[in-house]
Ligand binder design. Structure first.
Ligand code: ZN
Length: 363
């Protein structure tokens, strides 16, 4: 049968109809088997089941002349032919990928946005790595603390005025418990000092990064949640010189070798003597500028020698913390303040806003 022609139907006898339909079906299978590309399947579909010019439509027209007594048989055989041809055309079209959907493996892939360290985490890790290089290990502890670990064991007795400098967020419904067992959000990372000393005897060198909570109203430089890095060193014969040397080295490692440090007397309940540490202004090199309020110095951290009263609390679990035999120093700094200074950030709220335009600058 020529490709575009319908075989001749001599009459409507069963034999003639059989050979008529068999010839069409064979022709279809032949063409379907040779169709390989998407385009060839599309041509097959149009040629056989296209609405107006499709061969099936034209077969139907040929059959219209059937006499009444042959109509039933003609209808059944025509439906059988359609049930062979139509699904095959549709099926292969669905299976075959369309040209515009095919995967072009030579195209570059879709690039996923890469994450990066948050500037606070990055700053915290940098500070930690400075101390890790000096042999410090990392100490961690819970953010929900008892009054004992957050205050009492750090030499803030009940009613001590120093408690007022740390506006504390307390957990509700704790009033029935003794004060030292009441739960609160830790106001500093210092409770980890006590936890660590209770768990391991001296010598001890730990650096404690972490999140702390205070009932502070948010403004450009305050946030009710912020981060600290705290350090503790305990051994025999630890002196204030060791403290000065350690912090001076750490500030030079972090900010650059030309940075100078100086120490001023201060007060913290858990250290005695205590000091505030200033570094020479990293913006003007100490000549005086707007950032350092023309002083040439920036106050950066607090520190001091561990108060013997703190060792006495630790010694309840670890008798080796005997203030007559060992000594130590502790220091602490605010991560936000350092990151703001290092990256020139004016508003502390930007760290917590989740604004991608801000965070993308730290890739
Ligand atoms: Zn300055």
């Amino acid at each position: 049968m020529p490709p575009s022609e319908i075989p001749e139907l001599k009459d409507y006898s069963s034999g003639s109809l059989d050979s008529f339909f068999r010839a069409i079906e064979e022709q279809f299978h032949l063409e379907a088997a040779s169709a390989a590309s998407v385009e060839e399947f599309e041509q097959l579909r149009i040629r056989w089941i296209g609405r107006k010019q499709g061969l099936l439509t034209r077969v139907g027209e040929v059959l219209k002349g059937a006499p009444a007594e042959a109509r039933r048989e003609v209808g059944q055989k025509f439906n059988a032919l359609k049930s062979v041809i139509e699904p095959r055309c549709e099926l292969d079209l669905k299976l075959a990928p369309r040209a515009d959907e095919a995967i072009d493996i030579t195209l570059p892939g879709t690039r996923r946005a890469l994450g990066a360290e948050h500037p606070l985490i990055r700053t915290m890790n940098e500070i930690v790595s400075v101390f890790a290089a000096m042999g410090y290990s990392v100490g961690l502890g819970p953010e929900v603390e008892t009054d004992y670990y957050n205050f009492e064991s750090l030499n803030f007795p009940p009613g001590h005025p120093a408690r007022d400098t740390q506006d504390t967020l307390v957990i509700v419904n704790q009033e029935r418990k003794p004060l030292r067992e009441r739960l609160l959000m830790r106001t500093h990372t210092s409770p980890v000092q006590i936890h660590t000393m209770e768990q391991q005897p001296p010598p001890l060198r730990i650096v404690i990064p972490g999140k702390v909570h205070r009932n502070d109203a948010a403004d450009a430089t305050h946030s009710p949640i912020f981060h600290q890095v705290e350090g503790l060193c305990v051994d025999t014969n630890i002196t204030f010189s060791d403290l000065k040397g350690t912090l001076d080295h750490a500030m030079k490692a972090f900010f650059g070798a030309s940075v100078k440090t100086r120490f001023f007397p201060s007060y913290f309940p858990f250290t005695e003597p205590s000091a505030d540490v200033q570094i020479s202004c990293i913006f003007c090199g100490g000549r005086g500028c707007r950032k350092c309020k023309q002083s040439g110095w920036i106050e950066l951290l607090g520190c001091g020698m561990v108060d013997p009263a703190v060792f006495a609390f630790a010694a309840r679990q670890q008798p080796a913390y005997d203030a007559k035999k060992i000594s130590g120093f502790a220091f602490g700094m605010g991560v936000e303040r350092i990151a703001m200074m290092k990256y020139g950030i004016g508003d502390i709220g930007q760290f917590y806003s989740g604004d991608m335009r801000f965070l993308e600058q730290f890739r």
